[in-house]
Design a protein around this ligand. Structure first.
Ligand code: A2P
Length: 345
């Protein structure tokens, strides 16, 4: 296996959707982590071509994706939605470029790896030929970073989860809508509803993405399908996905049933040593993570409110919080790019 580790090799990287919420964070994290890039290309729609985006202390001029030739580009980080991925990821891959796609377009294709850097990094090898790697859904991502160590230790049979998901997960326009609706309400005007099915300001909405035939939403089914693909097809998952008027950071109330018993002290120890996890768990006011106090702008997946489920002998309850734009999207994509550089390019 070729390895770029320890070498001075540098790689040409393209960011597709560079003007979006995740795109901006991809650029920020590439600069923060000093990714070995010889050149970073910012791509978006023709509408944005010629505008500028920040990359560390520099700015990059945005180019039109439609006109871009991927020959010679080593890695393309896509965050422009499923339709754009469907159209442009295959042509990038055919040009020899590794694509890491943040949309759900390729997540359920058997031959395409769906990778959480801390959980199943070895599956990246499956992309040697096809060159496309899928980045999981943000809610699944943070849940599995915390739950994988428990599953490895004692087996998880079933997960009940309710999510509290911030509006940034729905993109820049959704954040703008929360801002506008909040300002309107505070000045006694009626809020305009465009991006969400009902008012999001001062409200919570038990629908993310469209409804499937079984009464669950697609966001909820993503958590089922992706947990089974990434961690174990035998795990049963029962999610309720809820949008809340928070800008950055998803929270999850997770109730799980394990195959073998495990004590809270043992889980605490697992969380202390788990890669990517930070335990914040004191039974005092504020002794738990929240999107605002911990997650927003930070890398770890925070775990708190760990306790034995009073109603089940092998049940555990916990609260998992992370920045949905960082670990839930951009950071994991860049961790995958780092693994590509280290082992596959
Ligand atoms: P643009 O700003 O040119 O529309 P978000 O999820 O935050 O809304 O971001 C979506 C990203 O996807 C933006 O960078 C957006 O670029 C990009 N995008 C949308 N449509 C296209 C397209 N047809 N071609 C390339 N990029 C697109």
């Amino acid at each position: 296996m070729a390895s770029a580790q320890g070498s001075d090799r540098k790689f040409k990287v393209a960011i597709v959707g560079a003007t979006g919420a995740v795109g901006a964070t991809l650029l920020q994290i590439l600069a923060e982590r000093k990714f070995p890039a010889s050149c970073v290309v910012a791509l978006a729609s023709a509408r944005s071509a010629g505008s500028e985006v920040e990359f560390g202390r520099r700015s990059l001029v945005v180019q039109d994706l439609e006109q871009y030739d991927f020959n010679g580009t080593d890695i393309a980080l896509f965050s422009a939605g499923g339709d754009i991925a469907a159209k442009h990821a295959p042509r990038a891959a055919a040009a020899g470029c590794y694509v890491i796609d943040n949309s759900s377009k390729f997540r359920y294709v058997d031959e395409i790896p769906l990778v959480v850097a801390e959980v199943n990094p070895d599956t990246i090898a499956m992309a040697r030929e096809g060159r496309i790697i899928a980045n999981p859904n943000c809610s699944t991502m943070q849940m599995l970073v915390a739950l994988a160590p428990i599953h490895r230790q004692v087996g998880i049979e079933r997960i009940n989860v309710a999510t509290y998901q911030s509006v940034s997960g729905a993109g820049r326009s959704a954040m703008e809508e929360l801002g506008r609706q909040t300002a309107a309400m505070l000045s006694f005007q009626s809020p305009k509803i465009e991006r969400f099915p009902v008012q999001i300001a001062f409200n919570v909405i038990p629908q993310i993405d469209r409804f499937e035939g079984n009464g669950y939403t697609r966001e909820e089914m993503k958590m089922v399908w992706e947990t089974q693909k990434i961690l174990d097809p035998a795990i049963k998952v029962n999610p309720t996905a809820v949008r809340v008027p928070v800008f950055y950071g998803h929270a999850e109330a997770v109730h799980l049933e394990t195959a073998e018993p495990i004590s809270v002290a043992q889980v605490r120890e697992l969380m202390r040593t788990a890669s990517g996890v930070e335990l914040v768990d004191e039974a005092v006011a504020g002794g738990y993570p929240t999107p605002v106090t911990h997650a927003a702008g930070n890398d770890p997946v925070y775990v708190g409110r760990l306790r034995k489920d009073l109603s089940h002998s092998r049940g555990l309850s916990m609260w998992i919080v992370a920045d949905n734009i960082r670990k839930g999207a951009a950071l994991n994509a860049i961790q995958i790019a780092e693994l590509l550089v280290e082992h596959y390019l």
